[in-house]
Design a protein around this ligand. Sequence first.
Ligand SMILES: [Zn+2]
Length: 105
Amino acid sequence: MTTSEPFSLDNDDLEQLTQISPTDEVSDGDDLPRDDDDSVLEEGRRLLEEAEAKLSAVERALARLDAGTYGLCEVCNAPIAPLLLSERPSRRGCELHEVAAEGAR
Ligand SMILES: [Zn+2]
């Protein structure tokens, strides 16, 4: 990495972003039904829900970090393997109790 700028988003990136517009893809064929907008909305909602779920999982992880129980299985209190935590830092259970811990919301 040779960049000295704090942000890697330069004008080229911005141009690419602004060129991507949903209307371009939908207006490809005028004889197609225009209910594509709904599926775009649905996809957006799904992504938003996914992001919110991840966010709340991270917030729970932070709360456990504060409480000093981060990295411990919520079921048996055994330390969760660092490899598993690096795969998914918001993980709440050890290898044996992952499903049980995730289920107990
Ligand atoms: Zn456990």
